[in-house]
Write a protein that binds this ligand. Structure first.
Ligand SMILES: NC(=O)c1ccc[n+]([C@@H]2O[C@H](COP(=O)([O-])OP(=O)(O)OC[C@H]3O[C@@H](n4cnc5c(N)ncnc54)[C@H](OP(=O)(O)O)[C@@H]3O)[C@@H](O)[C@H]2O)c1
Length: 292
């Protein structure tokens, strides 16, 4: 089994997380709504992730809603001492599975308490404020009111650290002026590189960058160059895409999502891949369709 420690760890203030983590969103039912098809399989993925050395799990109470948090609690509580569970607030689900912004201070208080209760925690390790922007792309605008509300919950001891998701550079700067930001979670992968400058900016100031949709999310990555390079190095395209992210910058932490133990193991094996300068150069030529 791959030793994920080979790709190192990154410090989120008082805790160090392995750069290879796990995103739990895929454990809910279709459309991230309702229960999983196979509850036992979902619990097995979570237990296998932690048994493999993963100590960074990404979730939200709006996955399901409540479903992934309940699965995490059932599979892993009482939690290992080094496990960092990162959640996000800022949206709720409609009865039709829609995603609705919920950024008022009272919504955020409710969301933080929902996460605490459903995860079975007294304090949340990291809470990302998920800005609704343009669905999976950020949009400018002040975040002072919602971020100040989260800072107050942190002051009360309900949250250890804060992050921002689906954010612009200006919004990160604004959030840093309120309390602190330990991580940024935005849409980024081999073919969607709009955040190249932001990643470098955050690396310089020691803030983690956690790409969501590292494998393309609901539209799996597809590229003939990616497939060619993968064949050359004896890996799958998904593993190669994850290895590219690990090479891209030291502050990138991975949270690929999967509902299968087989895919989880394949993804972890990306930690053992090395990419030659030639392979990296070829991967870097892949069309940057996501550029803003
Ligand atoms: N902040 C935000 O707004 C936001 C938005 C989206 C996601 N997220 C977080 O980011 C995490 C990662 O994003 P994501 O799960 O949406 O997308 P992703 O990691 O890019 O891709 C997940 C998809 O890839 C498939 N997959 C995973 N490993 C594979 C493999 N080795 N071979 C082939 N297919 C594979 C999964 O299917 P199987 O289940 O069949 O493996 C699933 O359909 C989420 O779990 C969530 O925690 C955050």
């Amino acid at each position: 089994m791959t030793d994920i420690a080979t790709v190192g760890a990154f410090r989120l203030e008082d805790s160090a997380v392995n750069r290879m983590g796990y995103g739990a969103m895929q454990l809910a039912g279709p459309g991230v709504f309702g229960p999983p098809k196979d509850r036992g399989a979902a619990l097995a993925v979570l237990r296998a992730a932690v048994a493999s050395g993963i100590n960074h799990i990404d979730t939200s109470d709006f996955y399901g809603p409540h479903v992934t948090n309940a699965l995490i609690r059932e599979a892993l509580h009482p939690y290992p001492g080094d496990l960092v569970i990162v959640t996000k607030v800022g949206a709720v689900r409609g009865e039709d599975a829609s995603w609705k912004p919920a950024m008022a201070p009272a919504d955020l208080v409710r969301a933080v308490h929902d996460n605490l209760r459903n995860l079975g925690l007294d304090v949340l390790d990291v809470v990302n404020l998920r800005l609704m922007g343009r669905v999976h792309e950020p949009g400018e605008g002040s975040i002072e009111e919602p971020f100040t509300a989260l800072a107050e919950l942190r002051r009360q001891g309900l949250i250890r650290h804060l992050g921002v998701s689906n954010t612009t550079s200006a919004q990160v700067a604004q959030a840093r002026g309120i309390p602190e930001v330990v991580c940024v979670q935005n849409h980024y992968n081999l073919v969607h590189r709009a955040d190249d400058a932001l990643i470098d900016e955050l690396a310089d100031i020691g803030i983690a960058y956690v790409p969501f949709f590292p494998l393309g999310g609901f539209t799996p990555l597809q590229s003939s160059i990616l497939s060619d390079v993968a064949t050359q190095i004896g890996a799958t395209p998904m593993q190669t895409a994850l290895a590219w992210l690990l090479h891209r910058a030291r502050n990138i932490l991975l949270i690929p999502g999967t509902s299968s133990v087989g895919h989880l193991r394949e993804n972890l094996a990306a930690a053992g891949l090395s990419l030659s300068d030639e392979a990296l150069a070829r991967l870097n030529t892949i069309d940057n369709r996501g550029a803003r």
